[in-house]
Design a protein around this ligand. Structure first.
Ligand code: WTA
Length: 667
C-alpha cells in the first residue's frame, strides 16, 4: 500500500462547464504510421502507442533522431529493480542531433533569440554560430581534463553561452548539472558535493529585472566548501571586475584559443545526458538523471506535437534553463526539431507588467510557454498591459507547473489570446522528462476544457489508484495519479541513490510509476490535476485538494492569488487555512471578501470545505521555480513560525515576515 494517499475520499471538483472553447485543435500528423491503414483516428494511434510501444517508439526513434549506430532493441525493462533501458545498442550524440544535423539545411536559420534583460537589446544566434560556440567550449572542456561521465555544474544566466555549454558537455559525454543561477551559494554547494563535481561554469554576474546577481561571488563561497572542484570557468556577462583565484579560468579567453570544430563522442543510448535537482521544498534535493536517446526522442516528439510547431516559427518558452522546463522546451526539444527558440533573461514585470506582451510583438513569437503564477501576477496588473500590443503572431498559449485556475485560464484565452489561440495546459514533472498530459495533440476539431491538461500524450497511460492501491475505473473519479506505461523520457535514476528512485516512484504502487500528484478523471476521460498528494487536506475525514479551494477563491474578482494548507484542528483533524493576496485597489472590506470566499467555497464544494481562517497578505512564498512553498505556510498556519527552516530558495524571503505578522494579528 502506498502511504502518501491518506484517505479514500477525494473532493470532487465542481467543473464549470463552458462552451467558450469549442475550438478546432490543430494537429500535425505522424508520417511514421501512414502505412498502417487501420490507424484512422487520434484515438486509434493512442491505443496503438500503448499496445505496441516498441513499434511506436521504435519507428519514431529511427525517423526523428540521427544515429551513429542503430539500436538493437527498443525496450528492456525490469521495473521492480528500476532498470529501464530504451534503444539498447544504439549510439548517438545529443549535440549532433540538436545542432550538426541542421547545418546543411538551416545553418543560417536562427537557433536562439536571446531576450536580454533590457528590452530591445536582443541578440540572435544562427545554427552555424551555435555550432561554432559548442565546438569551442567542448574543446575547452576536453582539453582541461573533463572526461566522459564527468559532472559539470552550470551556474549561468539565461544566455546562448549557457545553451552552448550544455551542448558542449553533451558533445564530449560529460553530464551537465545546471543549477538555477538564483540559488544561494549553499544550495549550489550541496549540489556540487552530491555529484562530486570537478568543473563549474559560471559568469561574473547575472542581470535580472535591472538588478545585478553576483554569480561569481556565490560560486567562490560554494567552491570554498567543495574540495572536489578543480576548475571554474568564468563567462563575462557584465564585464565586472570580479576577483579571479587559482582555479578560475576566463571562459571567452580559453575559447578564443580553440578550434570551432570538435569531434563528437559517439555515446550509448542509455548514457546519462544530464542530471537536474528537483526543487528543495521537500527533503534533500534529488539529482534526477536522464539518459540521452529516450529523453531526446521524448522531448522532440512532445515539442513538435503538443505545440504543433511548424518550421520557421518562433517558440517562446520563458522558463529559466535552471528548471526542467528550460531543459526540455527552451533547449533540447526545440533544437532537436531545428526550431528557433527563445532564451528569456528577464522578469515578467520588468520594466513593467507588459514585458511578455511587448516582447511577443517585437520578436513576433508564435508560441509562448509560461507558468500560471506569472499569469496571475500579470492578470492582477490589468488588461491594459496586454491590450497595448499586437499579439496576432501568437498561436499557442502554453503553461506548466501548477494548476491553471479558471480565472487565469479565461484571462489567458480571452485577453491574451483574443479567443484565437489554443490554451495548452501541460502536466509533467522533472522526472517525466517531457509533457505527459495536454490538450494537444488530439483529433481535429476536439474541444479544450478550461482548467485541466486533459489528454495523455501518445505512449502515456494515466492510472488512478485509491488508498488500497486499487485502480479506480470509470469517469468522474479521483485518485493518486500513476502512469501505467513506460515512455522513453522517464528519469532512469536519482544520482547516487538508485534505491531512493525505486522507493519514491516504483514502490508506492507496484507496477506503476507513482507521480505524487492527485488527479480527477472527468467525463470524456479528461484529467485534471488536483494537486500534490502531500498538499491534500483532510477535514473531518473529507479529503480536499488545496488546488481546488484555491481555484474557487482565485475566481473571486478581488483575489489575485491564494494558497491553502491544512493545520492540526482539535475537532476536525485538520482545519483549512487560506492565505489570500488581493488585487490592487480593491474596494470591499476584508470581512466582506472573507465572507464571500467562504460562501463561494460552500457553493463550489461543500460547507465543510470552508476555510477556518483567511489571512489577507501581500504575497505568497513562491520559490524561484514558481511553486508555493507550502511547508512554510503549513508551519505558520500551525503556529510554528519559529521552525520555518531554510527559506533561501524563495523568490522573496521577506514575504514570510509579512505573513507571520498577519498571522499574529489574526490570533
Ligand atoms: C505540478 C515541472 C497542475 C505537479 C514541469 C507536478 C502541475 C509538479 C502541472 C512537477 C499542471 C506541473 N497542472 N500541476 N499543468 N504541471 N504540475 O518537477 O504537482 O518542477 O508533480 O516539473 O508540478 O514539477 P516540476
Amino acid at each position: 500500500m502506498h502511504k502518501l494517499v491518506r484517505s479514500a475520499r477525494f473532493a470532487v471538483k465542481t467543473l464549470r462547464q463552458t462552451s467558450l472553447c469549442a475550438r478546432t485543435i490543430t494537429t500535425t500528423p505522424f508520417p511514421e504510421f501512414a502505412d498502417l491503414s487501420q490507424l484512422k483516428s487520434h484515438d486509434d494511434l493512442h491505443k496503438f502507442s500503448l499496445e505496441n510501444p516498441e513499434q511506436f517508439w521504435g519507428r519514431l526513434a529511427l525517423s526523428r533522431l540521427q544515429w551513429d549506430e542503430e539500436f538493437q532493441s527498443v525496450l528492456n525493462c525490469e521495473l521492480e529493480k528500476g532498470e529501464i533501458d530504451w534503444f539498447l545498442g544504439g549510439k548517438l550524440n545529443a549535440s549532433v542531433n540538436c545542432v550538426d544535423r541542421h547545418l546543411a539545411t538551416r545553418g543560417d536559420q536562427l537557433a536562439l533569440i536571446w531576450e536580454r534583460d533590457e528590452p530591445g537589446t536582443e541578440e540572435y544566434v544562427t545554427y552555424r554560430e551555435l555550432s561554432e560556440m559548442v565546438g569551442q567550449i567542448a574543446n575547452v572542456l576536453r582539453n582541461s581534463g573533463v572526461k566522459k561521465g564527468g559532472r559539470v555544474a552550470i551556474y549561468l544566466p539565461m544566455a546562448p553561452i549557457t545553451v552552448a555549454t550544455m551542448l558542449a558537455c553533451a558533445r564530449i559525454g560529460a553530464v551537465h548539472s545546471v543549477v538555477f543561477a538564483g540559488f544561494s551559494a549553499e544550495a549550489l554547494a550541496s549540489r556540487i558535493q552530491d555529484a562530486e563535481v570537478e568543473t563549474v561554469v559560471t559568469a561574473d554576474q547575472g542581470v535580472r529585472g535591472g538588478r545585478i546577481i553576483p554569480l561569481k561571488q556565490a560560486v567562490d563561497a560554494a567552491v570554498a566548501q567543495c574540495p572536489s572542484v578543480k576548475r571554474v570557468f568564468v563567462y563575462q556577462r557584465t564585464g565586472a571586475d570580479v576577483p579571479m583565484g587559482p582555479k578560475d579560468i576566463p571562459l571567452e579567453k580559453a575559447m578564443s584559443g580553440e578550434s570551432t570544430e570538435c569531434a563528437p563522442v559517439s555515446l550509448a543510448s542509455e548514457d546519462t545526458l544530464f542530471m537536474l535537482y528537483t526543487s528543495g521544498s521537500t527533503g534533500k534535493p534529488k539529482g534526477i538523471a536522464h539518459s540521452i536517446a529516450g529523453y531526446l526522442l521524448y522531448v522532440a516528439t512532445t515539442f513538435k506535437h503538443v505545440f504543433d510547431y511548424q518550421p520557421g516559427e518562433r517558440f517562446g518558452c520563458v522558463a529559466d534553463i535552471g528548471w526542467i522546463t528550460g531543459h526540455s522546451y527552451a533547449l533540447y526539444g526545440p533544437l532537436c526539431c531545428g526550431a528557433t527558440t527563445l532564451l528569456f533573461e528577464s522578469s515578467p514585470i520588468y520594466p513593467n507588467p507588459g514585458r511578455y506582451w511587448e516582447m511577443v510583438q517585437r520578436l513576433q513569437l508564435n508560441h509562448i510557454y509560461l507558468a500560471p503564477t506569472s499569469l496571475r501576477l500579470l492578470l492582477k496588473a490589468g488588461d491594459s498591459w496586454v491590450n497595448k500590443y499586437d499579439l496576432s503572431s501568437l498561436r499557442t498559449l502554453g503553461c506548466v507547473g501548477e494548476p491553471l485556475n479558471h480565472e487565469a485560464w479565461d484571462w489567458y484565452y480571452e485577453v491574451v489570446g483574443q479567443k484565437r489561440c489554443d490554451v495548452i495546459d501541460t502536466w509533467w514533472q522533472t522526472e517525466t522528462g517531457g509533457i505527459c498530459i495536454s490538450p494537444r495533440p488530439s483529433s481535429p476539431g476536439a474541444h479544450i476544457e478550461p482548467g485541466m491538461p486533459m489528454r495523455p500524450f501518445f505512449g502515456i497511460k494515466p492510472v488512478l489508484v485509491d488508498e488500497k492501491n486499487e485502480e479506480v475505473n470509470g469517469e468522474d473519479v479521483e485518485g493518486a495519479l500513476c502512469l501505467g506505461s513506460l515512455w522513453p523520457g522517464m528519469a532512469r535514476t536519482i544520482y547516487g541513490d538508485h534505491q531512493r528512485y525505486i522507493e519514491t516512484y516504483l514502490k508506492p504502487c507496484p507496477g506503476l510509476y507513482y507521480t505524487g500528484d492527485g488527479a480527477h478523471r472527468h467525463k470524456g476521460g479528461n484529467y485534471q490535476i488536483t494537486g500534490r498528494m502531500d498538499d491534500v487536506v483532510n477535514v473531518t475525514g473529507h479529503r480536499l485538494g488545496t488546488a481546488e479551494l484555491e481555484d474557487i477563491m482565485d475566481t473571486h474578482p478581488d483575489v489575485a492569488e491564494s494558497a491553502v494548507v491544512g493545520f492540526p484542528h482539535d475537532i476536525k483533524g485538520e482545519g483549512i487555512f487560506a492565505f489570500v493576496v488581493l488585487k490592487e485597489g480593491v474596494k470591499h472590506s476584508h470581512d466582506d471578501i472573507a465572507q464571500a470566499l467562504r460562501a463561494a467555497v460552500k457553493q463550489g464544494i461543500a460547507s465543510y470545505a470552508q476555510p477556518d481562517f483567511i489571512l489577507f497578505t501581500n504575497g505568497l512564498p513562491w520559490t524561484r521555480s514558481g511553486k508555493i512553498m507550502r511547508r512554510i505556510l503549513r508551519k505558520i498556519a500551525s503556529n510554528q513560525a519559529d521552525e520555518l527552516g531554510d527559506v533561501s530558495t524563495l523568490a522573496d524571503p521577506s514575504v514570510v515576515e509579512g505573513i507571520v505578522k498577519g498571522y499574529k494579528a489574526l490570533h
